[in-house]
Structure formats: structure tokens, C-alpha cells
Design a binder for this molecule. Structure first.
Ligand code: NAG
Length: 421
């Protein structure tokens, strides 16, 4: 009888789709992601390595684009190569693994893959990406390859490679098409190594705050990236690589249902959200207790989302005091040196070397760290702190937190386990 035959076929199809379901290289959703970003290595950030920018003697050099454009090219090249060789080495991977972490997120710019006519970028980062994956494998760490800068800039932030008032990635089809090709390249590089590179982030922080013109491009780009990352062998065979999309600064409910199994049976998709409390006047004006409450309050905001939810950037720091954090030549809201801001207090003792931090400040950093780690584990699939190291902003770095006692040697050994209760 036709109806029962039809039912049999449907059952056969659904068990077939179970049989080919993704088997990720890390048990997302069952084990918590605990990780750290390797910021400021393969993509320069002025606040992470201010010396590289100060040494140019040119205050117009504010990002990697102008770093390559506005000084002698041979000098720029040799400074970059020395930096790539020294900023992160295998011993960092060893220390990260020893700290009980299981992931690193590795930002890389499009210019590592190709540079268009007229673009000043210097490439040469790919051998370091390959080394990073080897080192991660040696120490049992998983790598999130994170495309942090796209042609035209996806957000205008200096950490996209090019600081600009209004980003131009989304408004130019050529830029988007070039980015699609790079994601295909990244997916192809790592498709047979999901045990070390289980997950690819196709674009960091696209500027959804600029409105629906950006968001419609981002939505299509996530769908295209899903195809590029999950089907690198062609349409008949899936990879085991997970796709880590970013919320584009939208509330999570904006993304309800997007690339879930209910959406054309999409599988192997995780959502990245970034949580910072210092990039607004009201944020820097909060008291220590209010910062902790705000961190704990994220539990209700983040809980119950339908994709694996990873807080892919956050920090125990709660001021914008770090030099160049808001951009080279731009001050801090906290001390009122940012144009239009009202001072909350002095930045002295709140940024720089931990040797200048009071014991009460270090205690606050510990509470801030624990409140967030506890909340992000309770509400989602885990967390990745920004960032592993910085030249002179210890309040931000995992490395300094470990060395100076506000980050536990084992990431679940809390001193304040009930801080959010
Ligand atoms: C679009 O971007 C490409 C580089 O990706 C550039 O060559 C081209 O001039 C841009 N088009 C417009 C209209 O800006």
C-alpha cells in the first residue's frame, strides 16, 4: 500500500540522515569549551603590541594596513616576521594546555591568503598558522581558525586590519566573493584534521550595528560559509568541521532557528557572542559590584539558545584604560581622555603591569573572572578569553592572570563558587 511504503521510505531517510550526522572533533555541548584567544599575533592590534606602532615614529600608523603602507616596506616586513617568530611559540601552547584549557582561537586576516591590487598588506602568515596547528596537536589543544579581517573591513575596527569610519566589506560583492574563496581555502586546508581544527569561524564581528544592509549580507554569508565549511568535498559528503558564526552584535533571539536542524537540517553550527562591559560610558561608570552583577545576569540572557553558544571573547578587565584599546591616539572613557566622555577616575593602577595592581584590584579581577567563567559555562557551551598575552595590559591577559593569581591554575578551581547565587 502506497501510504505505508511512503512511511517506510521516510523512516529510511531519517535514519540515513542520522547515520551521516556530523561527528565533531570536540564534543561541543557535552564538554565545555575553555580557551584563550591568540590575539595580536597574525593580525596586529595596537593595544596588544603598542611598541610595534610606537617604534614607527609615525602617529598616522594605526592598524596593520597603515603599518604596511606608511613606512619602508622592507622594515615593515622584517618587523612583522620577527613578531610572527616570537610573539607566540610552541611554549605558549604548552603553557595554555598546562593551564587546563582545551581551545585556542586564532585570528588571521584575509591578506594571509591573497592581497588585491593596490592593497598594501604584507602576507607570510600561513606558515605560522600551520605551525600553530602542529603545536596545538602536540599539546592536545583544539584550534578555532578565525577570519578576523575581510577585504574592505567588516567592521572598521583596527583589529579587522583597517580602521575606518564605515566598513565596506558588505557593500561590495567582490569583497564578499573574495572572502568566500578564502573560507573555501581554509576549509580545504583543515577538512581532514578535525581532531585539531574542529571548528572554523568564517568572520569575526561583522558590523550588524550598522543595520539591515549589513545584516542581510551577513545572513547570506553565513549560509554560504555553512556550505563552504561543511561540504569541502562536494555536495555528496559532509565534513566534520563545525561552523562558528558570530551574532553580529544582535540579541540572540534575532538568530532563533537560524542554521538549526529545523533550518534545512543544518548541523554542526555554533554561535559566537562577545561580552565586554567597558565600551560605553555607562559601562565604565559601573561599580565593581555592578560589573559582577552584570556578568552573572548574562545567565538568563544566554541560556536556552538553540545552537551551541560560545562566548568567544570576554575579559576580567572592566575598564578601557589599556593604552590604545580604543585605537591608537584615542584615549579612555574611564579617565575622560576619550573625546566626549566624562571621567570616572584615574587609570593609574588599573592597567599596565600587574606589579602596579593593588591586592584589592587583583581580588576584583579574580571575582570578575570567576563570575564570567561560571556564568558562561552554566548558560552555554563554554568560553574563550581575550587574550593570551599583551605587552602592557596585564588586566586583560590570561598569562598575567595565571602568574599573578587572579586566574586559577585549573580553570574550574573557583575561590568564589557561589558568587552568582
Ligand atoms: C570592490 O572591492 C574591490 C576589491 O575587493 C575593488 O577592487 C573595487 O574597486 C570595489 N568596488 C567598488 C565599487 O568600490
Amino acid at each position: 500500500m502506497a501510504p505505508s511504503l511512503f512511511r517506510t521510505v521516510v523512516i529510511a531517510c531519517s535514519s540515513l540522515s542520522l547515520a551521516v550526522a556530523i561527528s565533531p572533533g570536540f564534543p561541543y555541548g557535552n564538554e565545555k569549551v575553555r580557551g584563550v584567544n591568540l590575539g595580536g599575533w597574525l593580525v596586529l592590534e595596537p593595544w596588544i603590541t603598542p611598541s610595534l606602532f610606537d617604534n614607527t615614529g609615525n602617529s598616522a600608523i594605526v592598524d596593520e594596513y597603515t603599518f604596511c603602507q606608511m613606512q619602508d616596506r622592507a622594515i615593515a616586513q622584517s618587523v612583522l616576521e620577527a613578531h610572527w617568530n616570537s610573539w607566540i611559540t610552541e611554549s605558549d601552547f604548552e603553557a595554555i594546555a598546562d593551564a587546563g584549557l582545551n581551545h585556542v582561537r586564532l585570528p588571521i586576516g584575509y591578506w594571509a591568503f591573497e592581497v588585491g591590487p593596490g592593497e598594501p598588506y604584507i602576507s607570510g602568515q600561513l606558515p605560522y598558522l600551520q605551525k600553530a596547528v602542529t603545536w596545538a596537536g602536540n599539546h592536545g589543544l583544539k584550534v578555532i581558525v578565525d577570519l578576523h579581517g575581510a577585504p574592505g573591513s567588516q567592521n572598521g575596527f583596527d583589529n579587522s586590519g583597517q580602521r575606518m569610519d564605515y566598513p565596506t566589506w558588505h557593500s561590495n560583492d567582490t569583497n564578499v566573493a573574495r572572502t568566500d574563496v578564502i573560507i573555501k581555502t581554509i576549509a580545504d586546508m583543515f577538512k581532514d584534521n578535525p581532531g585539531v581544527v574542529p571548528i572554523i569561524a568564517p568572520l569575526n564581528e561583522p558590523a550588524g550595528f550598522d543595520g539591515s544592509n549589513v545584516l542581510s549580507v551577513v545572513r547570506q554569508y553565513w549560509r554560504d560559509s555553512y556550505g563552504n565549511i561543511r561540504y569541502p568535498y562536494g555536495s555528496s559528503q559532509q565534513s566534520d568541521t563545525v561552523v562558528l558564526i558570530h551574532d553580529a552584535f544582535q540579541p540572540l533571539n534575532y538568530w532563533n532557528g537560524f542554521l538549526t536542524t529545523a533550518d534545512n537540517n543544518a548541523q554542526g553550527v555554533a554561535m559566537d557572542t562577545h561580552i565586554y562591559q567597558m565600551f560605553s560610558d555607562s559601562g565604565v561608570a559601573m561599580s565593581d559590584d555592578e560589573h559582577i552583577q552584570s556578568a552573572c545576569g548574562q545567565k538568563s540572557t544566554l541560556s536556552g539558545f538553540d545552537l551551541w553558544l560560545i562566548v568567544g571573547e570576554w575579559t576580567p578587565a572592566m575598564t578601557d584604560c589599556a593604552t590604545y584599546l580604543n585605537g591608537r591616539g584615542i584615549g579612555s572613557r574611564y579617565d575622560g581622555s576619550y573625546s566626549g566622555s566624562t571621567a570616572v577616575g584615574s587609570c593609574t593602577g588599573l592597567t599596565g603591569s600587574a606589579s602596579s595592581f593593588s591586592s584589592s584590584y587583583k581580588t576584583f579581577l579574580r571575582k570578575s573572572w570567576e563570575a564570567q567563567a561560571i556564568t558562561f559555562e552554566a548558560a552555554g557551551a563554554g568560553w574563550i578569553q581575550w587574550t593570551w598575552k599583551a605587552e602592557n595590559a596585564d588586566e586583560w591577559t590570561y598569562q598575567a592572570g595565571l602568574m599573578n593569581g587572579w586566574i586559577p591554575q585549573n580553570p574550574t578551581s573557583y575561590e568564589y563558587p557561589n558568587i552568582c547565587d
